[in-house]
Design a protein around this ligand. Structure first.
Ligand SMILES: Cc1ncc(COP(=O)(O)O)c(C=O)c1O
Length: 466
């Protein structure tokens, strides 16, 4: 390797396998002058992955951190196919359509509807595209009626993910945000009713909130909007954000109506990379019927050969995640997803139960809908959930502590998202580490918190995976 700039800033990537590979440091901020061996480059980058958190211990994220090796093989294959190029790769378009239709059916689309949709990079893109479609539909109606269409608004709770606010800002739509209250972290029809006006393009409802894993009262809001339609003729759609709940609710709460069984639910987004069980990089937007997607929005493009419709915020992307999601659908079927969701819910409930048994925590919300454990400290005089979160990092655990959205900010919690990889052993280790951390924190602050009760998870039911 020829001379490289040797300032330590610029030459940090110095492999320690030096004598083996006869290598110099690799610059950090410019392209190296020369090439290196394939295995050497691989090793350097793989080593860099060790400098951060371990995905298996990351209970902060909803995103999948483990997949079967056959799925990983398919992702490798899919990476070389640009999904946007449907003329060259028509089979992928068929697969995308199938994946959309399978999800529409999972979300109980009525037989007389013709569902359509797109796969996206995640729920954020899906939410923005869904709300944009509602904005266009609203504007068209207002224009045709000769009415002002300069002040669209969207109604949602403070329990939304930040991407809803992003939509409002980026696409110039007023937000009507319903604040939370102490003890009430979701929204219902009574919250929505006073905010509706002629400029409302849609109401957002969350099925599995980021903060507590709870579910907004979609059925109640649907009833309200149906009554409103009867009374005024104004047809306000609901966009359901099922980023986290979309693949859990159909299996854990099949009779709970939150989806296309409710008439005003016109669009639903889901994160395939959450409980769809594929790695990061895929969401879906499903329209109840193709008439819900204004025909002016999809672009007709012909420069990849042939003519095709495109409705997305980005353009080129790999087919890796789509292939992995298709694999999961046909590999697991409903029976397999049912088993996996039963197992993760079981594990979440066990973890919750045992955290409560330690005597330090109380449950904020029960895990009826999502495998998300949210607890607060019974007594935070001497240390807080922030201390616990920070100390747990020393054991490798990534468990966030945060305050709930306005006006429930006084409540601070720890949240653990239980995913498929969260084995019984991991649960037991987490519990041990939490108890150890609390012991250390108590000692440090000289408090009188009782010695941690001995809690073992070994007597609990074993969890099963597919
Ligand atoms: C309820 C909800 N909506 C939207 C999002 C954004 O999803 P994505 O990361 O797939 O863009 C999240 C992310 O956690 C979420 O929890």
């Amino acid at each position: 390797m020829s001379k490289q700039k040797s300032s330590s800033e610029n030459s940090l990537l110095a492999p320690v396998y030096g004598s083996r590979w006869d290598t110099a440091a690799v610059p950090k901020k410019e392209l190296p002058d020369n090439s290196m061996r394939e295995d050497q480059a691989f090793q350097i980058i793989r080593d860099e992955m060790n400098l951060q958190g371990n995905p298996a211990l990351n209970l902060a994220t909803f995103v999948t951190v483990w997949m079967e090796s056959s799925a990983e093989e398919l992702m490798k294959l899919g990476a070389m196919y640009n999904l946007v190029d449907e003329d060259e790769y028509p089979q992928l378009k068929k697969i995308e359509d199938r994946v959309i239709k399978m999800q529409a059916s999972l979300f109980n689309v009525p037989n007389d509807c013709e569902p359509t949709g797109v796969t996206t990079v995640g729920s954020s893109e899906a939410i923005m595209l869904g709300l944009l479609a509602h904005k266009w539909a609203w504007r068209k109606k207002r224009r045709e009626a000769g009415l002002d269409n300069s002040k669209p608004n969207v109604i949602f709770g403070a329990d939304v993910h930040t991407c809803w606010e992003k939509f409002a800002r980026y696409f110039d739509v007023d937000m009507k945000v319903i604040p939370m209250q102490p003890g009430k972290y979701t929204i219902n029809a009574d919250d929505v009713q006073p905010l509706i006006d002629e400029n409302t393009i849609a109401v957002g409802a969350i099925v599995g909130t980021t903060f507590t894993g709870q579910v907004d009262d979609v059925a109640g809001i649907n009833k309200l909007l149906l009554k409103h339609k009867q009374k005024t003729g104004q047809d306000i759609p609901i966009h359901v954000d099922a980023a986290s709940g979309g693949f859990v609710m159909p299996f854990i709460q099949p009779n709970f109506k939150w989806d296309f069984r409710l008439e005003q639910v016109r669009t639903i987004n889901v994160s395939n990379h959450k409980f769809g069980l594929v790695y990061a990089g895929m969401g879906s937007l499903i329209f109840r019927d193709k008439s819900d997607l204004p025909e002016e929005l999809p672009f007709q493009i012909n420069y990849l050969g042939g003519s095709m419709d495109n409705y997305s915020l980005n353009f080129s992307k790999s087919s890796a995640n789509l292939m992995a999601q298709y694999y999961n659908f046909i590999r697991f079927g409903k029976e397999g997803y049912q088993r996996i969701m039963d197992a993760v819910m079981n594990n979440a409930q066990m973890l919750e139960e045992y955290l409560v048994k330690t005597g330090y925590f109380e449950i904020l919300t029960d895990t009826k809908f999502l495998p998300v454990v949210v607890v607060k400290l019974k007594d935070d005089k001497d240390f807080t959930v922030y201390d616990i979160s920070s100390e747990l990092k020393k054991y490798g655990w990534i468990i966030p502590a945060y305050s709930l959205p306005p006006n429930a900010e006084e409540t601070v919690v720890l949240r653990m998202v239980v995913k498929e990889n969260f084995s019984h052993d991991l649960a037991e280790k987490l519990l041990e580490d939490i108890q150890q951390v609390i012991k250390e924190l108590s000692r440090g602050k000289k408090t009188k918190i009782a010695a941690s009760p001995k809690v073992h998870m070994s007597k609990t039911k074993p969890h099963g995976i597919c």
